[in-house]
Structure formats: C-alpha cells, structure tokens
Design a protein around this ligand. Structure first.
Ligand code: GTQ
Length: 366
C-alpha cells in the first residue's frame, strides 16, 4: 500500500526488491516500508462494522438453546454476538465480547474465575442471581452486575423464578490479545454464600454516603450490583438540572464509589437518557462501545447507517466511527445502557474525540 505523501512509504517493487523481500522472509523478517502505511494508519481503522442485534430476532433462538444443551455440558449456555469484522476473535466490537445467556428456573452454572472481566445486564425473567466471591446478588430487569477479573462467580435462577435472559459483556478478546487469559473452575464447583444477600449494594450503593469504616483497596468497584430503579431515578433527577451533552443527552457513568472512577479496570459503563424528541449531534472518539436499549425506542446513525432500536436491542459503535442518537418519541424518554473499553483507552493515553465539523478535535485529549 503505497502513498504519495512525504513521510509515508512509497517504494515501488523492482525485481531486485522482490527478491530481497523473499530473502528477508527466510529469516522471519520483513521490510517495514512494505507494511508501514497499513500498520500505521493516519487514524484508527476499525475492522468492526456497526451492527444492530434485534431482541425480536434473538429471543427465539436463544430460548431454543435451552432444549439443545444443558448449562452443565455447555459450561455456560450463551449465544454470542459475532461482529462480521471480528469473527476471528469472537468479538461483538473491537476487543469486547457480548453474549446472551439463558437460564431456566432451578438451573445453575458452575463457579469459575478468569482473567477477563465480566458484566451482566438483565434483559428478562425473575429469580436470577449471581454469586461473586461469596456475595450473592438478586437480579431484576435492567440491573447491572459486575464480575471483575479474578473473582469466583456463578449464575443461576431460583426454582421459584422464570426463564431469564441477560446480556454478558466481557473483555475476553482484549485479554486474549494481551495473551494473559487464565481460567479456573471452582474446586468445590459451587461457592458458599458468605454474606447477607445484596450486602455490597446495600453497603456501597447509597448516594453520597459511604460507610465511615469502609475500606476498599481492590481495583474494581465494591458495589457489585447497580439496580435499575436508583439508576433511572438519578438520570431523571439530573435531567432536571442539565441540558445534557450535545452528543449523548443526559449521560451518567456507573462509578466505583470508593474512587469515583470506572467500575472495573478494563471495562467502563454508563446509562444515558434521550429526552422526548431529542436528537444528539454526531461525534466520534476512540474506544469501542456496546449499547443496550433499557427503555423506550429510538435510532442511532453509526458510520452513516441508520439503526432503529427498541427495548433490549443491542448495537455497537466501533472505535472512531461517527455516531449520533435520537429518541423518536415525542412523549417518552429513551434510555441506553452501554459498556466500553474506556478504562484501557484512557489509562493508556489513547482517548481522542472529534465533533463533526470540528477539524481541530482530533488534537483534543480529554
Ligand atoms: O459467565 O463469566 O458469555 O466466562 C462468556 C464467557 C459468560 C461468564 C460469557 C464467560 C461468561
């Protein structure tokens, strides 16, 4: 890939050079100028494509998996979201994985731990629970749960509950890219619950208040579960005092209450409200995002393509893709849950943002 720009590789093939390249291959080497323009693009070039996964399409095939495999045999019974540009790494976008897990009442998947960090966002059903390092959490619709890197975790649905489906979000592709992924099955297969149910949310999830004796030194949020009702309440309250972001409407991020930072080391998450009739401006930034509509319906224009979404639909915005969101309803608000790799992007100094028509934007490091 030659480019006729000073400072870029622009070497034409000659028989002598072609022979030289062949020679270099013998020693597991290559000439940088044959690949330089490709491996150093002028700006990020995502191989991910924007995709919308409609719940109306996915629900039936996900439910069908219940009669085809047991959680015991499958380990976890999950249908994963496979971005056409990222099939080689099983990613939904960039280096993020997403899947829909289904469980029947009375089912429980064995406890395990891995280097990848995980989250769940509950789509439907009642009686679901997750146990993370002995902390049991009950899960309702639109609740957001963490299973950070290295923690023992297992999921199940109480016998008294109903069939549950939730979205799993993980950084598996990223941790694999780092060649740092370990996996372990719990020696007892299932954990003992060591604390009062929902203790971490009750301890750490009180707006503006922390236990005065509370200490937390782990590198993820001690508030392992963020419930929908207080999240929606916070957005509604904030919406009363803010115009919101021109790009994201009323947007709040889930934080580690002990630090104010992202919930996990590699994955961040947020919830945004688009007010009735709101349409945001287009921008683009580094970092990959997976969205799930938590309430209402609307549309997003991503890389020039329009996607109409409604509750429980999932879509992705690849890194550096232009995107804007709209709420088509004149009377109801719409809420989008999203998770992302911003802790990695920001932590490594790689965040860049540009507003449409803002040519200087790429210089701005936020
Ligand atoms: O339950 O931790 O969808 O390890 C994929 C891999 C869920 C999990 C997935 C996993 C999990």
């Amino acid at each position: 890939m030659r480019e006729e720009v000073v400072g870029r590789a622009n070497v034409e093939d000659t028989p002598e050079l072609v022979a030289y390249y062949k020679d270099l291959e013998r020693f597991e080497t290559g000439a940088l100028w044959t690949v330089a323009n490709q491996i150093e693009p002028w700006q990020p070039k995502s191989t991910s494509v924007p995709v919308l996964w409609r719940y109306a399409d996915l629900r039936e095939p996900v439910l069908r998996s219940v009669s085809l495999v047991s959680p015991e045999k499958a380990g976890r019974r999950v249908i994963y979201l496979n971005n056409p540009g990222r099939r080689d790494v099983s990613a939904a976008v960039g280096w993020l994985y997403s899947g829909l897990q289904v469980m029947h009442p009375g089912e429980v998947a064995t406890s395990h731990a891995h280097s990848a960090s995980a989250l769940r966002f509950i789509m439907e059903g009642s009686g679901a629970y997750t146990v993370v390092d002995g902390h049991k959490m009950t899960l309702g619709g639109n609740d957001f749960v963490l299973t950070p890197n290295g923690t023992w975790h297992e999921h199940g649905v109480e016998a008294s509950g109903s069939t549950c489906i939730w979205q799993d979000g993980l950084d598996i592709p990223f941790v694999n890219a780092m060649e740092a992924n370990f996996f372990a099955v719990h020696p007892d297969l299932y954990q003992k619950v060591g604390y009062a149910v929902d203790d971490m949310t009750k301890t750490w999830g009180n707006a503006g208040l922390m236990p005065s004796t509370g200490e937390w030194s782990k590198r993820y949020s001690p508030m392992l579960k963020y419930e929908w009702a207080p999240t929606y309440d916070a957005l509604t309250r904030y919406a009363k005092t803010t115009d919101g972001s021109p790009f994201d409407g009323v947007h709040m991020k889930y934080v580690n209450p002990a630090t104010g930072g992202h919930v996990m080391q590699t994955i961040g998450a947020g919830m945004q409200m688009l007010r009735p009739g709101e349409r945001t401006k287009a921008h683009r930034h580094t970092g990959s995002f997976i969205y799930q509509c938590a309430k209402g319906s609307g549309y997003s224009i991503i890389g020039g393509q329009r996607f109409e979404w409604t509750e429980r639909d999932i879509f992705c915005v690849p890194s550096w893709a232009w995107h804007e969101h709209g709420n088509a309803s004149a009377s109801d608000d719409a809420c989008l849950f999203s998770f992302n790799d911003l802790p990695v992007i920001e932590g490594l100094g790689l965040y860049r943002e540009e507003a449409l028509g803002d040519n200087e934007g790429f210089q701005r490091v936020v």
